[in-house]
Write a protein that binds this ligand. Structure first.
Ligand code: BGC
Length: 749
């Protein structure tokens, strides 16, 4: 113990010494190198650094002579999607050895949830509520991708998402700013490693700045209309966490925020990003988002788009060429100052230096670069186990029992491509181990896919599937959505199971055999129509390369489903957007007053009185709340105790609660702490997640869980962008999800 403490102190002292003595020196050296280079650069060289050029994700072909010449002429600063190591080397060679100033290129790619070894989609990773899982995914991605010369990934995506119609829910960290911030830090540490200059690290790109997930109606690229407080309290925290963790780059978003496209939005890119958050890396646009300000109706033409972006603080332009075509003239006419361009270039060169590219531009020969390494696959398997959310388990149908004869069916049971999920450009589907592959180890399983793919409308296999079901003890139906039904530009207005999956499930239920519905999808699915006749539901998201074995082990009980919902699960698309941290309203909905439309007498007198903020048909509750997820055991919460009834600036309050494993096997609970500022100068959410702990207990074991509530957790931003802490009553909630909680309160004075 003593030696441990000593070691910790030594590390701390050394760290402080290094911070004091070395850090400023290093920063100074960096800045000196930047200034030295800048002094040698022509205006064309500078504009060249702002250009991110390349091809679409699919092109693997040879590079054109024209492209190579542009690199040689210093017209290209960074390159995306060059998917051939030889081309990477060749281009870097041209940049470093043949261009006038020898400034290295950065090679970029979307490495979102794995490069070769594919992890669950990000919403699945978020369901793990586990830093280590997010870290592992990012680390393995960096190790594999950097071996191909890719030193910059366009990840993590940190857009808070409250509307499951939006296709990019799949790539998101879910709806909660606190959980997303925890994950953000872990991703940045994982991608960027201990040092950005390590050739096995990648610069991360926190995207999309800002409020892309607030797109109206879940329609991709759409407008976000949000007041400042909402921006600060909901959409900004994960970006702040990423920047505090050292994120090297930020991507501006496609959408307009309160009428101004993010890519040309000075308030967002300068006032918030630079001044408030202290970001000192570079900002890249999204794909053509500079020139997309023309159809947005914000810029009249390419030249104006370039001017607005430069003035707003956009350093690098992805794929479009407004800077290349107009920035020189804009500077010559004084519409944009050279200082603005110099700052853009400084930001870019800083990251290139930090990546160590000036010293080591090429992939080192000793780069381990092993794809699908055993430990990477193990991490992907664990991540999948941790991402599964058990939504329903009547009569403890799961885990499956050894003696049961199983019918495995459904369009995603043997879907090597779709299991990998959205936006996986490099993962090899031949390496996917499907659910069917995994169940082959179980001799009492028979298989028929029932439907060829998720949208299949053909009932030709129904009869055969039902016949097989009759000969089984239990049906495992793996359905959901193909990977292509979520992701960018793949929003859906109706989020039910596509094709005739509902019909097949209904037919199967008529056999009287219990049904386990496993869902692989990029978003919560409206399963209201089938929920009454399936006995168990496991949300598996798109679980990646080893999703099959992970599912087999969880369904058969050697592992426990580790996930909890990072996003509210709606009963129907009509409830969207829906999120737990909503406002109370003046007429908060409740069970007592709710009358379903079928129970309203015909010819009833129309009055608003008695009715609350609910839907006559869908009520006010979701199908499953944020934070929800069952385990193979059960937990009970009791004895919520606060150490004090009042608190002040300097103080803190300890909250204790007794957690008991009331089931018959060991299990892990995620104990969630929520707070509510009851009355404030702005209406505040009914609950906000502030902390959580993963606790593993043996059967019948009890433990007192302690949380420390601090004044910093009670603050919020108001509409003047000011962080405030207002005296008054604060409600405390603790439980295993955002709905079923114990509560108490204290006063902040
Ligand atoms: C997406 C980004 C992505 C970029 C590069 C865009 O369409 O919005 O998230 O990083 O393409 O592929």
């Amino acid at each position: 113990m003593k030696t441990n403490r000593l070691a910790t102190r030594l590390v701390l002292v050394t760290a402080c010494f290094l911070m004091v003595c070395c850090a400023p020196k290093k920063i100074n050296q960096e800045e000196q190198q930047i200034e030295k280079l800048l002094a040698q650069m022509t205006i064309d060289d500078k504009i060249g650094q702002t250009a991110l050029r390349g091809t679409s994700s699919r092109v693997k072909g040879a590079l054109s002579e024209e492209f190579k010449q542009a690199v040689r002429d210093g017209q290209v600063g960074s390159v995306l999607n060059v998917m051939n190591v030889e081309y990477v080397k060749e281009l870097q060679g041209i940049a470093v050895e043949e261009s006038r100033l020898g400034i290295p290129l950065i090679f970029a790619r979307d490495v979102i949830h794995g490069f070769k070894t594919i992890f669950p989609i990000p919403i699945g990773l978020a369901a793990s509520w586990d830093e280590q899982t997010a870290y592992d995914c990012a680390r393995v991605s960096a190790l594999e991708a950097s071996s191909q010369g890719i030193r910059w990934t366009f990840a993590p995506m940190l857009d808070i998402a409250r509307d499951s119609r939006w296709g990019r829910v799949a790539e998101s960290p879910g709806e909660d700013p606190y959980l997303a911030s925890i994950l953000a830090k872990a991703y940045i540490r994982g991608f960027q490693g201990d040092s950005l200059s390590d050739p096995r690290s990648m610069a991360a790109c926190a995207k999309h700045f800002l409020a892309y997930g607030a797109a109206i109606g879940g329609r991709d690229y759409n407008s976000a209309v949000i007041h400042n407080a909402e921006m600060q309290n909901i959409y900004l925290p994960p970006f702040k966490a990423a920047i505090d963790a050292g994120a090297a780059t930020i991507m501006s978003s496609f959408n307009d925020v309160n009428g101004v496209p993010a890519t040309g939005n000075k308030f967002i890119l300068r006032d918030i990003l630079r001044d408030q958050l202290g970001f000192n890396g570079f900002v890249v646009s999204d794909w053509n988002s500079v020139t997309e300000m023309i159809p947005h109706g914000f810029a009249a033409n390419e030249k104006e788009a370039g001017k607005l972006s430069a003035m707003a603080g956009l350093d690098m332009e992805m794929t479009s060429a407004a800077y290349q075509n107009h920035l020189k003239q804009l500077i010559e006419t004084g519409e944009v100052s050279m200082d603005v361009l110099d700052d853009m270039v400084r930001n870019i060169l800083r990251v290139k230096i930090q990546l160590g590219l000036f010293k080591a531009p090429y992939i080192p020969d000793n780069h381990p670069g092993q794809m699908y390494a055993e430990e990477s696959m193990k991490a992907a398997y664990d991540a999948a186990v941790n991402s599964f959310v058990l939504l329903k388990n009547d009569n403890n149908l799961l885990p499956l029992k050894a003696e049961q004869k199983i019918l495995l069916t459904g369009p995603l049971a043997d879907a090597p491509h779709d299991q990998l999920g959205t936006w996986t450009f490099d993962g090899d589907k031949a390496r996917t181990v499907t659910v069917k592959d995994a169940f082959e180890q179980n001799a009492s399983t028979q298989f028929i896919n029932g439907l060829e793919y998720s949208r299949d409308n053909s009932k030709k296999q129904f009869q055969a599937t039902v016949a097989k079901a009759k000969k089984s003890d239990v049906i495992v139906f793996v359905g959901g959505e193909e990977a292509i039904l979520s992701g960018e530009a793949h929003s859906r207005a109706d989020i039910r199971l596509p094709g005739v999956q509902e019909e097949l499930l209904y037919e199967l239920s008529q056999t009287g055999k219990p049904i386990v519905l496993v869902i692989m999808a990029g978003r919560p699915i409206n399963i209201s129509a089938v929920l009454p006749f399936v006995d168990a539901v496991m949300m598996a998201w798109h679980p990646g390369t080893l999703g099959g074995p992970a599912l087999y082990d969880v369904l058969t009980g050697s592992r426990e489903p580790g996930g909890r919902l990072p996003i509210t699960w709606p009963k129907s698309a009509g409830q969207l957007p829906i999120y737990y941290n909503q406002k109370n309203t003046g007429r908060p909905a409740d069970k007592e007053s709710f009358v379903h439309m079928d129970d309203i007498p015909v010819g009833a007198w129309q009055s608003s009185l008695g009715n609350k903020s609910h839907y006559l048909d869908a009520g006010f509750l979701p199908a499953f709340p944020f934070g929800y997820g069952l385990t193979y055991t059960s937990f009970d919460y009791s004895n919520l105790l606060l150490s004090d009834t009042t608190m002040n600036d300097a103080g803190n309050i300890k909250m204790n609660v007794t957690l008991t494993n009331t089931g018959s096997r060991k299990g892990t609970e995620i104990v969630q702490l929520y707070l509510q500022d009851q009355t404030a100068s702005l209406t505040r959410p009914v609950k906000e997640l502030k902390d959580y702990q993963k606790v593993t207990l043996l059967a019948n074991e009890s433990r007192v869980i302690e949380f420390n509530i601090k004044a910093s957790q009670l603050t919020f931003y108001n509409n003047d962008n000011k962080k405030v802490l207002e005296p008054g009553v604060f409600n405390v909630f603790v439980g295993g999800n955002s709905l079923h909680v114990l509560s108490d309160s204290f006063c902040f004075e």
